[in-house]
Write a protein of this length. Sequence first.
Length: 699
Amino acid sequence: SDYRLRKIDTAETTCGFCAVGCRFEMWGKDGDSLGVMPVDDPDDAPANNFSTCVKGKFGHEFANSENRLTTPLVRNESGELEEATWDDALDLVAERLSEIRDEHGVDAVGSLASSKGSNEEAYLVQKFARQVLGSKNVDNCARLCHSSTVAALQQTVGYGAMTNRINEDVGEADAYLISGSNTTESHPVLATRIKRNVRDGADLVVFDPRKVGIAEHADQYTRTTPGYDVTWLNGMIRYIIEHDLHDEAFIERNTKNFDELKEKVQAFTPERVEDLAGVSPEELASAAETLADADSVVFGWAMGMTQQRTGTENLLAMADLALVLGQLGKPGAGLSPFRGQNNVQGGGGDMGTLPGSLPGYQDPADDAVGEKFGVVWGERPPEEPGLKVPEMLAEAREGNLRGMYVVGENPALSEPDVDHAGAALAALEFLVVQDIFVTETAEHADVILPAATSPEKHGTFTNTERRIQRVRPSAEPPGSARQDWEITQALAERLGYDWDYDHPREIMDEISDLTPIYGGVSYDRLEEGEQHGLQWPVPDADHPGTPYLYDYEEGDFNFEDGKARFVPADGGHPGELPDEEYPLTLTSGRVLYHWHTGQITRRVEGLMDHVGESFVEIHPEAAAELGVADGEYVRVESRRGEIVVKAKVTKRVGEGTLFIPMHFAAGAVNKLTQETFDPQAGIPEYKISSVRLEALGAE
Ligand code: SF4
């Protein structure tokens, strides 16, 4: 047994699936990752203590898949991908990207960073885009998940992030309002906390078009009509003010614009709420009373709220509601966006992989900020905001964006109306994809660079509660696959920039130098004494981190005057409404066993055994009317395309609504979704499309 033990590597690390940020000990053998077990000291795993979910426990097997990319691939003259040396592949990328930039200008190139990689890797992708390519076009898939949350929270409370902690606050609230979050399947360990607290007496109110798993535990579940969240939220605020249930002292002390809000919500009468959002006056009143009665309330949401034309407006209304009730800056309370990917908070936002903001959400147009970066980078980053993901694809279709560097993203399957997105990728003159598998996007690539995945890297992830935690390897990348930071650095070098990092810890030193909210973060601290991570803002090396953003008494909202802003929300109608031709409303989402476009989880047998193919949920009444039996294949069609999937007859969805998961390439839901975007955040309206369904009578 001594012999066997010697060959096993263990490392305390952070889960690479979702943004709950569970920590565990991962073990590997001979370069492969084998499994996970709890950390010795539960205090070192603040989000989960000893728990993990099925993905965290069994899902890492994907890293050992025989389909992993092990060598660079370059497309040859006959259009086939063939193996190449690193030198040849990197030379080609450097040559083609600089050619495009020199001939067509810096706006002709774009970069996409990954929300799955580490903070250090994401930081380097935006540095590569801005410094090396000189381009302002850098974005990432957070555009597609919580960009509307960030936009709304920045306007109302200041920081675009969760205001509280998972364990101590979300786990201990007196009451919850959860909407647009399939918490049980998307954030399992977080859902377990909530369910336990509800079992112990906390009140759970769930408003959602779909009776998701967490709704089974609710004291009140209300089925809403997709697309009218501002309506019921404003209606609830109206009820609260009208019945004098608002926190007047808090509003007076810590907020601005209350009168404007009061005026705006007047029009959201109970009749209007019932008519548009499908919420009865009794349901609205009872939810409002429950929330107003509670000492502490957590407002939880995910993509059911964000992925709409009115995504930002939805979350403005949610923030307004929390402020009206004074439920911020105290234990058990707060605005809690449940972020999706392991590092979407950090790599997808904090690190400045966004077209309009530098690391730490700093404004590139601010001279002091620009000069600070100029000193460290040798030149000032572009000041203007660049293109968002959907805009990059639109410009590619027009022939204006010609070259792209895509790291760990799969827009070919994740964008709305994927046929349209595929056409954009095909139109590019040059596409380089850095990833661990040949994804649907990599199929369009001219060069594919094989990268490492979470059980193979050193770095940090920032979870949904802003906690920066260490990631450590227990396995090695296969073949000649390399660390992402090394690949980006090698590309920079070929384009004339000698970055000279030897380890991700040095990248973090640069991040903390330039990014005030990460100012006191270092690997030394995360290794010694702060293994449980640090919650930003961490302004300096002596600062212990910030469990709560804001303060119930003092306010301390992230504005110069410290006051939160009520920003009245308008709402409106979805981009596509059901009609005679397409009478049903389609919504999409996740299942427990899979992850996003499925590139990772579709390669894990144990997960495929649970859910092995796409499906469509349909209400029993609608199924009877259309002559559809459970388990039969049906055709679902929208104005964009059609797919054939298995019918699942269930009362989880309402009569006029269908649900299809987003993880599958065969029966891809995004063949049907539409390209309506939130005007403020640019997030696509994945959650609402009009479709029709036809029975095929085939099993
Ligand atoms: Fe990983 Fe999220 Fe599951 Fe925790 S809840 S083990 S972070 S996938």
